[in-house]
Structures are given as structure tokens and as C-alpha cells.
Design a protein around this ligand. Structure first.
Ligand SMILES: [Zn+2]
Ligand SMILES: [Zn+2]
Ligand SMILES: [Zn+2]
Ligand SMILES: [Zn+2]
Length: 500
């Protein structure tokens, strides 16, 4: 079991605030923290949910007569129920102001669990940066005023003065620090019923666009933190609070708007984004040059001929591509057309193109799953295989070590390899020896995929994929065995490489 105090140390600096470093050498895959949330609650844009399980609500609590509940739940948190029972609030209050649910839970901690409340109050809320912004005003309207104007807390909290500043700060804790809770895949409503939780220890990690940790949260809201690459004693533990496959501009914007800082990690400071060129555009002055953005000089410059591109040209090229990508229908021909069109001006791994390619790979996968094999051509399977290879190359750089995205990409890579090898064998392009070699490669990819997805809890979509991957591994090994068995039938006595 992970002992947080043995693995991690909390340090503090003016620049970073509080942050985590490794207290000893940590091995790849090592679990360093298991944490229960202080509070869980729905996202701000959630519909009315059962306060006990967050599924769709269809009734109310018989005791407090205010809390929405679902068919299966008859109670919710006792302190919360008592609070609403004695609140004097209108019966419809929570239906009219559902956004107050989570902040109320946080405030109630002051009397039900003061230690947790105090721990929460050490978290970062970025109150000054948020003051009078859109999100601040939204909280003012949907949380602060309903609670204060309806005197929800008046005379009910002995040791706490509930002010608008305090409520705003609590809303800030959630906006800045919360982690998504997934899971309960058996539930058909899963997609909509995402909730989030406050985990003060995990939230201590500083951000880096190339992280060295992985977080896995199960359906019971337990958060587990793993190290994805070896971390030496004294090195910082990082989490990526934005998306790896966003380009630098999108990542920085996302972090600035949602987390209130400008990232200066090595990836953000490198115009080529560690050589992936996720934001690069093609040079108009030479054949194979790539132009990247040099922030200090505010210039787009070619890595081959040093030509500088006009900012308006780059902006036009990017916004054209974004517009087409947004409007593009999800079918193979259309996606290929838009990819080809914008690959003329953008790097083939520009994040906009990469996203289109992911959609394309998904469409080819659907075709393979739902069409008769005769409809799926070798050319199409080869295309998917190359898309998977390209994605893996990028992910190995941006998410080194254990990675959820790499695990998923490796799964798709093994499927592509397996399907393609079968098709080539059917078409007599390859024979048993090559088929076995390809199947062995697919097995290698699948095993690596499983080694990365094993960290996912079975109740999450990735956990479900892990189960499927294990079944596939069994099937693949069986197919390899059967293929090996037909070897003696081959004429000319060709010797087959033994595959384990
Ligand atoms: Zn329920
Ligand atoms: Zn109740
Ligand atoms: Zn960064
Ligand atoms: Zn050039």
C-alpha cells in the first residue's frame, strides 16, 4: 500500500507555491498515493442529480424533503440531510439552484470534519485572478446570492462566518484543483454523470506538459497516483492538467483560463514541441522546411531556410484548417479530403491534422467492426496501421513511460497489425512465415498496451478496454498456435521462426 509520506515531500516556493518532490527514488509504475476525496460533487453544468449516487433524479429525500434522489437511493449524507431539513429553505431550492450542492458540502465540513475543512482551506483558489471574471460572476449569480439571500447558513454554523468571499473561494478550489471521477460503466448514464472530487494531496503536484505521473480514479472515487517514468529522489512530481495532444497555444490558453498560470515547461518553451512539430506549419519558401513559432521574437521561422512567415498568413492557414476540421463529416472520404487539403500547408502531425487522423482511424475501426470483411480493403487497413504508428511516435515523446493514451493507441496498433496481416495472408501477399512474424509483433504491441492499461480501474472505460485486451491476447495466442500448426503443410520445407 502506498505511503504518501514515505514517497513524497511537500516543498514550498514563491514561484510555485506548495509542490511535491520524490522523497526517495521511485520506480516506473510505483503507486505513491491512494487518496479519498474531501468532497465530491457534480460539475457546474450538470443537470439535477441524485445527491447520493449522481444518477438522474426522479424523487426527493423523504426526510429533508429537499434533496433530489433517484429510484434506488433513499438517503444521502446525514449532515447534508440534517442541514437541508433545518434550513428553512424553499422546497424547490435545490431544484432551482442545483449549483449550490457542492459548495454547501464544503461549508458543512467546518462542523462535521474540521480537519478536512482546514486541509481544504490550504488549497489554491486564485481568488484575485478570478475576481470579476465570467466564472466569478456566474458563481455569484448561481451559488453566492442564492445561499446568502435565502439565509441558508444564518445562525447554523457555530464556528464559521459564511461570506461571499468564502463561497467564491470554495468555488475556486473546485475550478482549480478538482479531478474528474469516472467509473460505473455498467450504468447507461455514465457519459452524463461525471462528477469531480477534491483531493488535496494529489492537487499539490505542479503542472508540466510532459508529466511523470498517472492518476486513476475508480467508481468509488478513490484516487490512485502512479509514477510513469523513474523519478529520482528530490525530483519534482508533475501532473499534466491540460491535454497532451493540444498544441502549445491551445495548452497555454487552456491553462491560463482554467488554472491561472502561464506554463513555461520545456515543451512549451521549445518551438518544435520536443521535435513533434505539433504546432508547426509548412514553409512557403522551401520544400521540406517547417515553420515554428518563436515566442520571444514573436516570429514564425523555418527550420531549414530561416524564412519568416507573416503572422496573418499563419493565422489564416490555421483558422481555415480549424473551420474545415470542425465542419468535416465523420466519414472516411471526407476526412481524407480535409486531411489531404490541410497537409499541404500544415505539418502532417500538426494537432489539427492529428485530431482529424484520430477520427479517421476511428472510422476505419468502425468499418472493420461492422462491415463484411470483403468491404475492408488491404489499402484501408494499411492506412489505419500507418495512422496508429504515427500517433504512437508522437505519444512516446509527449507521454513517455506509462500512459493511458499510449495504452489505447497500442491497443489500436495491435488490432491494425493483426487485421492487416490476416488480409495480406488471404490475398497471398504474405505466407505463413511472415504471418507469424506479424502476429508476434501484434502480440508484442498488445502486451505493452496491457502493461499500461493495467493501472486503470475496471469500472472505467479504459478498465473495460483492459479486460478486452486480455481476451484478445488469449485469442491472438490461440491464432498463433493454430498458424504454427499448419507450418508442416507448407511446401519447399521452409523453416518457420519459432514464436513464443
Ligand atoms: Zn441515487
Ligand atoms: Zn435528505
Ligand atoms: Zn508546458
Ligand atoms: Zn523554409
Amino acid at each position: 500500500m502506498a505511503r504518501f509520506e514515505e514517497n513524497c515531500e511537500i516543498l514550498e516556493s514563491d514561484e510555485l507555491g506548495r509542490y511535491l518532490v520524490a522523497k526517495r527514488d521511485l520506480a516506473r509504475g510505483q503507486q505513491i498515493l491512494v487518496e479519498q476525496p474531501i468532497v465530491v460533487g457534480p460539475y457546474w453544468d450538470s443537470g439535477i442529480r441524485c445527491l447520493n449516487c449522481f444518477r438522474n433524479s426522479c424523487t426527493i429525500c423523504r426526510k429533508c424533503k429537499r434533496a433530489p434522489l433517484c429510484f434506488d437511493c433513499t438517503t444521502h449524507n446525514e449532515t447534508e440531510c440534517e442541514f437541508y431539513l433545518n434550513s428553512g429553505l424553499n422546497i424547490n431550492f435545490l431544484f432551482d439552484h442545483f449549483n449550490v450542492v457542492t459548495p454547501v458540502r464544503c461549508l458543512l465540513l467546518a462542523s462535521s470534519n474540521r480537519a478536512k475543512f482546514d486541509e481544504m482551506m490550504t488549497m489554491e483558489a486564485h481568488t484575485e485572478e478570478r475576481r470579476d471574471t465570467d466564472i466569478w460572476n456566474a458563481h455569484e449569480k448561481k451559488v453566492v446570492r442564492p445561499l446568502l439571500e435565502n439565509k441558508a447558513f444564518d445562525g447554523k454554523m457555530e464556528n464559521l462566518k459564511v461570506t461571499s468571499e468564502l463561497i467564491q473561494r470554495i468555488c475556486g478550489f473546485f475550478d482549480v484543483n478538482s479531478f474528474e471521477i469516472r467509473g460505473n460503466m455498467d450504468d447507461a448514464q455514465q457519459e452524463e454523470s461525471l462528477i469531480r472530487g477534491l483531493y488535496p494531496k494529489a492537487a499539490l503536484m505542479a503542472h508540466n506538459c510532459v508529466s511523470n505521473t498517472l492518476i486513476s480514479v475508480d467508481g468509488d472515487a478513490n484516487l490512485r497516483l502512479y509514477v510513469t517514468t523513474p523519478v529520482k529522489k528530490g525530483e519534482m512530481l508533475f501532473y499534466n492538467y491540460t491535454r497532451s495532444l493540444f498544441g502549445t497555444f491551445e495548452r497555454r490558453t487552456h491553462l491560463k483560463l482554467g488554472k491561472y498560470f502561464v506554463c513555461t515547461c520545456s515543451r512549451c518553451e521549445d518551438p518544435t514541441e520536443l521535435g513533434t512539430h505539433l504546432s508547426s506549419v509548412k514553409c512557403t519558401g522551401c520544400d521540406d522546411g517547417l515553420c515554428s513559432y518563436y515566442a520571444e521574437e514573436n516570429k514564425w521561422r523555418c527550420n531549414k531556410c530561416a524564412k519568416e512567415l507573416e503572422e496573418t498568413y499563419v493565422n489564416n492557414v490555421l483558422s481555415d484548417a480549424r473551420k474545415d476540421a470542425f465542419e468535416c463529416a465523420n466519414n472516411i472520404d471526407e476526412l481524407e479530403r480535409v486531411i489531404a487539403k490541410h497537409s499541404e500547408t500544415l505539418h502532417p502531425c500538426n494537432s489539427i491534422i492529428l485530431e482529424l487522423k484520430q477520427s479517421l482511424a476511428g472510422e476505419i475501426r468502425n468499418l472493420c467492426l461492422f462491415s463484411p470483411p470483403s468491404k475492408v480493403t488491404e489499402k484501408l487497413l494499411l492506412r489505419k496501421f500507418h495512422l496508429c504508428q504515427e500517433m504512437l511516435t508522437i505519444l512516446r515523446v509527449l507521454e513517455p513511460g506509462i500512459s493511458r493514451l499510449t495504452g489505447i493507441a497500442l491497443y489500436e496498433y495491435h488490432v491494425a497489425l493483426w487485421d492487416l496481416a490476416r488480409k495480406k495472408f488471404e490475398n497471398k501477399v504474405i505466407f505463413v512465415k511472415e504471418l507469424l512474424e506479424e502476429l508476434a509483433k501484434a502480440e508484442g504491441g498488445l502486451k505493452e498496451s496491457i502493461s499500461m492499461l493495467l493501472f486503470e480501474h475496471p469500472s472505467t472505460p479504459e478498465g473495460q478496454l483492459t479486460k478486452r485486451a486480455m481476451r484478445d491476447l488469449k485469442d491472438l495466442r490461440e491464432e498463433i498456435k493454430q498458424t504454427q500448426a499448419i507450418v508442416p503443410e507448407i511446401k519447399n520445407g521452409q523453416k518457420v521462426v519459432k514464436v513464443n
